[in-house]
Design a protein around this ligand. Structure first.
Ligand SMILES: *[C@@H]1O[C@H](CO)[C@@H](O)[C@H](O)[C@H]1NC(C)=O
Ligand SMILES: *[C@@H]1O[C@H](CO)[C@@H](O)[C@H](O)[C@H]1NC(C)=O
Length: 585
């Protein structure tokens, strides 16, 4: 490369690469948990202060019809990382529960799935996941890490493999107890009543010994369940650095602070080479927490405080990019994994849920409130500031966008459902490439969205809708989340049809009387659903009963079982740095 010819050659190439943009830009992808689109100032909230996220939107592009591929954490995150509907990877449940609630279960994102992190790592990127994973951990023993972020292309991991749960913070109650306590108590009561009835009716003369034995057995079963609930946090609320458990159970109060420090350090360490940072906030999922200096600062209780702390954290990330002069080289994205979880009321009756603005219902449903999420993209010098895009886009679109920008090609051995966002973001095209989008409730096709190429309408047809409890509400308080299975939904034939461009709140379904083209519109959508369904190949269900159950041999344990796995080895916990920084800002 020393000849004058090669210098000339380089001279010709240089301006070309400048025109095409930065080669191998960096990526900072931020996902907040359960954040509602109505919680942010830039999406219309006037009472909750989110100045840093608002600035991000002002200086970047704001998407107003950005859609999570699923209204639940595990499937939504699987789709985000792979660019594919979760049904394709087996990350969509056929039963009621659609997310992992036990860390020592064998299900998870299969290794055959390709995440954008894995592709970027092969392109020479340094990749990190800081925060929540929720896509499985082990398959066969407690440290095979077959589903761990490291296996899926992240060089660095600091966070939790599960989700943050009420159980993870003392005094916040228990998801497990709320949703499953009826099983042992119900079984005990039913068994005793049956026994008594049979005995009194003279059908079964139960020997006293047998009766006593049965009672003891049932009491033991209930006691075991009680113990399981008590030690549940020890087994499921642990913090990992790489593949090592460093804090079990984790202390949540300053976790957002610790993760922010970790993110800032990652950026500093990698400022001279391409990197991908996926910053996946544990908040604002319950159990809510906020560092002391954010507590009581918002007008919306602990929930608002937690949102403010996330906003502060976004500010620190952006400030770091500015300081390192990386803003022209870094594409920043911020979103939520689904809409706000409306059923979240604390055990003391405090409102612990977010706000979905004008959109109907919330997390666990495919009404717009469950899937329409914030979508902000920021890239100084490459995306025009203040642009607002109303076209339908999906969190699956990040996959092809990131892969293409990194100079890799989108895999062609599998169906990728996301579309490259860059032409739309840069104004090279006006229309989103998503003509149809399919909204799944776990493994069940719930609704179809159609944005015909020649019209402004956005049609949405529901094949079923969740049954709310109470009936006239827009949430499922009775079960803490809405379910997708037969007993919990109402089917619609013909489907319930809305035009979101005229009725974004989904307040009045259209009829052949109010929409003259009702039948032909529905026909097109039903046909699209049929064709889509045919293209989905059957695959192993990663959320089957056997993949969701607690398998003791998969249980990560930081110390020993006699110490209830307890340990505190995270150097960031109470580190000087965290405290100094916390008091300084
Ligand atoms: C702002 O967000 C809070 C917290 O979710 C919510 O309670 C409130 O209604 C929202 N306010 C406005 C004006 O949108
Ligand atoms: C728009 O396209 C659809 C099919 O894609 C067609 O049925 C319809 O007639 C078109 N409408 C107009 C106004 O061109």
């Amino acid at each position: 490369m020393k000849s004058p010819w090669s210098l000339l050659f380089l001279g010709l190439l240089l301006p070309m690469s400048l025109v095409q943009g930065v080669s191998q830009p960096n990526f900072v992808l931020m996902m907040v948990d359960d954040l509602g689109i109505g919680d942010l100032g830039c999406y219309g909230n006037t009472t909750l202060k989110t100045p840093h996220i608002d600035t991000l939107a002002q200086d970047g592009v704001k998407l107003t019809q950005h859609l999570a591929a699923s209204p639940l954490c595990t499937p939504s995150r699987a789709a985000f990382l792979t660019g594919r509907y979760p049904i394709r990877s087996g990350m969509a449940a056929h039963r009621r529960v659609g997310v992992y609630i036990i860390s020592a279960a064998s299900g998870g994102l299969p290794q055959e799935e390709l995440t954008f992190a894995r592709i970027l790592k092969e392109q020479g990127y340094r990749t990190a996941l800081i925060g929540k994973w929720h896509l499985g951990l082990n398959c066969e023993h407690s440290s095979d890490h077959c589903h761990h972020p490291i296996t899926h292309g992240f060089d660095h991991f600091y966070g939790i493999t599960m989700t943050n749960l009420r159980d993870c913070q003392p005094g916040h109650g228990s998801v497990l107890y709320n949703t499953h306590a009826h099983i042992p108590y119900g079984a005990l009561t039913a068994a005793l009543v049956t026994l008594l009835f049979l005995h009194v009716a003279g059908i079964l003369t139960v020997s006293r010994r047998l009766a006593l034995g049965l009672v003891v057995l049932l009491i033991v079963a209930v006691a075991l369940f009680g113990i399981f609930v008590l030690i549940f946090p020890h087994f499921n609320c642990f913090l990992m650095r790489g593949t090592e458990v460093v804090e079990q159970p984790f202390v949540s109060e300053n976790l957002t602070q610790r993760m922010t420090d970790e993110a800032v350090e990652f950026l500093e360490r990698n400022s001279d080479r391409p990197f991908l940072l996926f910053f996946s906030f544990l908040q604002v999922h319950t159990a809510l927490f906020a560092a002391p200096r954010f507590r009581g600062k918002s007008r919306h209780g602990l929930y608002g405080d937690a949102v403010m702390e996330v906003d502060w954290s976004v500010g620190r990330v952006m400030e770091t990019l500015t300081r390192l002069q990386l803003k022209e080289k870094t594409l920043v994205y911020l979103t939520s994994d689904q809409g706000a979880h409306l059923e979240e009321i604390s055990i003391h009756g405090e409102v612990h849920r977010g706000y979905n603005g004008i959109y109907k219902a919330g997390k666990s449903t495919n009404w717009e409130g469950g899937i329409r999420v914030p979508g902000i993209l920021h890239w100084t010098g490459h995306l025009s500031a203040g642009k607002v895009i109303d076209e339908p886009t999906s969190n699956m679109d990040i996959f092809p966008s990131v892969v293409n920008l990194a100079g890799a090609s989108v895999p062609n051995d599998r169906q990728i459902d996301g579309q490259d966002l860059m032409p739309l973001l840069q104004g090279l095209v006006e229309r989103s490439e998503h003509v149809f989008l399919f909204h799944y409730c776990n493994a069940y096709l719930n609704a179809v969205r159609w944005h015909p190429a020649n019209s402004t309408s956005v049609w949405k047809a529901f094949f079923f809708t969740p049954d709310f409890y109470p009936k006239n509400g827009t949430a499922c308080f009775h079960t803490h989340a809405c379910f997708c299975t037969e007993a919990y939904v109402t089917y619609h034939d013909p489907p319930l049809l809305y035009d979101l461009s005229r009725d974004p709140s989904e307040s009045m379904p259209l009829t052949p009387l109010t929409e003259p083209n009702f039948s032909s519109i529905v026909e097109v959508m039903v046909e699209a659903a049929r064709v889509h369904g045919q293209g989905v190949k059957p695959t192993e269900d990663q959320l089957s009963v056997s993949h969701m159950l607690w398998k003791p041999w998969l249980q990560p344990c930081c110390s020993s079982i006699t110490q209830l796995c307890r340990c505190e080895r995270d150097h960031r916990k109470g580190s000087q740095e965290t405290q100094v920084k916390a008091s300084r800002d």
